[in-house]
Write a protein that binds this ligand. Structure first.
Ligand code: COA
Length: 168
């Protein structure tokens, strides 16, 4: 199994996060809404750290920080949260890191956070992400028509969900 673990995301990770947000292979898929800057990255980290509806984790692959996985919109009334993930270091993609990190985040959601459901959205052309989510057990629950803008074009996005009871 790939050597992947999650650790708290802190301002120490801001530099690599900013660099990854400047990479179109990441930014065009995560729905970045404005030009990235180091200041915006630091502000995002500050908000995430002080918001109990957010659990942001750095992904360590062989002890190197290669990406992030975030549970946000944590809703303790409906007992669900949104998952998002990116592997920022290009050479770490396609090696099982994303799948393992997403699995660890789901374990966190259903384990220590005690949630009932994890959900996410992904544009229909993001085959690597869709394969990753399906491999973990997420199912497509619906299509949001023309909700995502990819390279200036409106495209459909999938709403995918995973229930705690879906897992063995
Ligand atoms: C999506 C992402 C997190 C997947 O992580 P990864 O480490 O590259 O993926 P893994 O190596 O763990 O592979 C997971 C699954 O995706 C498949 N996959 C990986 N790269 C793929 C590609 N380019 N095209 C199609 N499928 C791909 C693998 O075959 C595997 O499926 P399997 O277990 O059924 O064989 C990563 O590619 C990434 O960060 N992409 C850019 C940002 C992004 O798109 N984030 C998601 C936004 S919704």
């Amino acid at each position: 199994m790939v050597n992947v673990r999650l650790t708290d995301l802190t301002t120490a990770h801001a530099g690599s996060m900013f660099r990854w947000m400047c990479d179109p292979d990441v930014s065009r898929h995560v729905g970045l809404r404005s030009e990235p800057t180091l200041e915006k990255t630091l502000a995002w980290l500050g908000r995430a750290a002080s918001d109990n509806r957010v659990s942001a984790r750095a992904i360590l692959f062989d002890d190197a920080h290669v990406g992030n996985v975030v549970l946000d919109q944590i809703d303790l009334v409906t007992s669900k949260a949104r998952l998002s993930i990116y592997i920022g270091e290009a050479e770490a993609r396609g090696r099982g890191v994303g799948r393992r990190a997403a699995t660890l985040a789901v374990d966190l959601a259903f384990g220590s956070l005690g949630l009932h459901k994890v959900w996410l959205t992904v544009h229909t052309g993001n085959h690597a992400a869709i394969a990753t989510y399906k491999a973990i057990g997420f199912v497509v629950e619906g299509t949001h028509r023309e909700e995502f803008i990819l390279d200036g074009t409106r495209v459909d996005e999938l709403y995918m969900g995973l229930l705690r009871s879906d897992l063995p």
